[in-house]
Design a protein around this ligand. Structure first.
Ligand SMILES: *Cc1c(COP(=O)(O)O)cnc(C)c1O
Length: 478
């Protein structure tokens, strides 16, 4: 058994393991070399009747679990959007786990409640968000997006749908074709229906076309439908495209529609004044989300949600069964009154540790460096004639594909690039993911890992370049 008598000894062993993990991380394979079922076949089919020793459990962790893990904090993790771990965030996670508090009401964890309010004000200043907005922490951007559209639905119906359900109203929601799939998911959950989600076309930079948005809204109004919410993406998942917030905001003002900004990834870069200019021109946003767990050095999970009308959020979500009432209800904000879930972790502690330990200047420096490295990588790639840049470095993301001279059959190019990506990831030394742009299969590289140094992306690129040369030499699919 693990108990307080042997805890010190066990923690020493685990903390040594943790230090070694972070030190040796660059030499680990980024992804595991396993097939489906490889892990489960090593796991016991029945739970143990008797206590097992820490030694046995930890030994299985090292021999069964570790070889099946993808290392998201690896400096050569270039896929999806990396998680933003850091050592200060790690320490806060350990402390949170030790306290294991339930931060639903002020009363259930006063310090957690007040720290959340305080770090939200810090972030508001760091990101330059409008002063009237109020922040809170959610688990993920998917839930923040759902919350925003739910609030929009309730504000428009004057809180009737919460009570009566839809009574024949037809609500419509708008986002670009490049918006995140969690917007579709929200339409399903909220009863709006995915057929009532209008996917507005994008321009060459993968940004929503405001004229098309206005046309879609006009058409829906003419047909007797009720436009409810526009979701503008500040940093799309595929290519970090930025919707024109100002133009979209003016359309929302004109038709009196809720404007939500999904800045899940790129929001962290708003700590740079040069990026903030992109969003500052328009102030009338109703709600805004960004994931500190993506690019702000914070362990998963920690999604930050800001809303202009706190009262509307509470009116949409608050439930007060007898067992949740307290004598302080008129004096304090209970964050659970503003969330879909009742239970809440003490995530604010991570942000407090991260922001204090790095300091804003260092955070700005790291993000600027990532952006600079992506530009430099683009220049390196441009010199290679059989690799084509599909979208130039936008912030710290770029897309590319293998495109041998004279090979212009798009289907074959798609097959070739699927094969190219498989070959890259089969090395397990780096990890990339792909996306589809105008029907083209393209590889995506994100330089956003906290622990990445310049040599990591340069070595990573030389692996990619080497594989590209081999494929060209094999002349297989052409
Ligand atoms: C990652 C991402 C999401 C989803 O984030 P979760 O926190 O995993 O739910 C939503 N929108 C955008 C633009 C994203 O990049």
């Amino acid at each position: 058994m693990i108990d307080t008598d042997n805890l010190q000894e066990i923690l020493s062993e685990v903390s040594q393991w943790m230090v070694n993990y972070y030190k040796n991380l660059p030499s680990y394979p980024v992804t595991p070399d396993v097939q489906p079922g490889d892990i489960s076949k090593q796991l016991a089919n029945t739970p143990p009747e008797q206590s097992e020793s820490f030694k046995d459990i930890f030994s299985d962790f090292n021999s069964i679990i570790m070889p099946g893990m993808t290392h998201w904090q690896h400096p050569k993790f270039f896929a999806y959007f990396p998680v933003g771990g850091s050592l200060p965030s790690l320490i806060a996670e350990i402390l949170m786990a030790t306290l294991s508090p339930q931060c639903m009401l002020w009363t259930t964890s006063p310090a957690a409640n007040e720290l959340e309010t305080s770090v939200m004000k810090w972030l508001q200043k760091m990101l330059g968000l409008p002063e009237e907005m109020v922040g809170m922490i959610q688990d993920t951007a998917s839930i923040s997006n759902l919350t925003a559209i739910m609030c929009a639905r309730e504000t428009l119906s004057n809180y009737a749908i919460n009570k009566e359900g839809f009574q024949g109203q037809h609500y419509t929601v708008y986002c670009s074709t490049e918006a995140h799939s969690s917007i579709d998911q929200a339409e399903k959950i909220l009863g709006i229906g995915t057929n009532n989600l209008r996917k507005i076309p994008v321009d060459d930079e993968f940004a929503m076309k405001p004229t098309e948005l206005a046309a879609a809204i006009e058409k829906d109004i003419k047909n007797g439908l009720s436009p409810c919410c526009v979701v503008a993406t500040f940093g799309t998942t595929s290519t970090v495209g930025v919707d024109p917030i100002k133009e979209i905001g003016e359309i929302c003002d004109h038709y009196n529609i809720w404007l939500h900004i999904d800045a899940a990834y790129l929001g962290s870069a708003l700590i740079l004044p040069e990026v903030r200019q992109l969003i500052n021109k328009y102030k009338n946003v109703n709600s805004f989300v960004f994931n500190a767990h993506k690019w702000l050095f914070t362990h998963f999970d920690c999604s930050v949600y800001f809303v202009r009308d706190k009262a509307a959020l509470m009116k949409t979500l608050m439930l007060k069964p007898a067992y949740l009432k307290t004598h302080l209800d008129s004096k304090v904000t209970h964050y659970s009154d503003m969330s879909i879930q009742l239970g809440r972790r003490f995530r604010a502690l991570k942000l407090w540790f991260v922001i204090r330990s790095f300091g804003v200047k260092q955070m700005q420096h790291i993000i600027r460096q990532h952006i600079q490295w992506a530009k430099e990588l683009e220049q390196i790639i441009r010199k290679i004639d059989f690799i084509e840049i599909c979208t130039p470095a936008k912030f710290n993301v770029l897309t590319f594909r293998l495109h041998p001279l004279g090979a212009d059959d798009e289907d074959r190019l798609n097959q070739l690039n699927d094969y190219f990506l498989q070959k890259i990831n089969e090395t397990h030394k780096i990890f990339l993911s792909h996306t589809e742009l105008h029907g083209r299969f393209v590889l995506r590289i994100v330089l956003g890992q906290t622990f990445m140094r310049a040599e990591d992306y340069l070595e990573g690129w030389s692996i990619i370049h080497g594989i590209a040369k081999e494929i060209i030499a094999e002349n297989k699919l052409i």
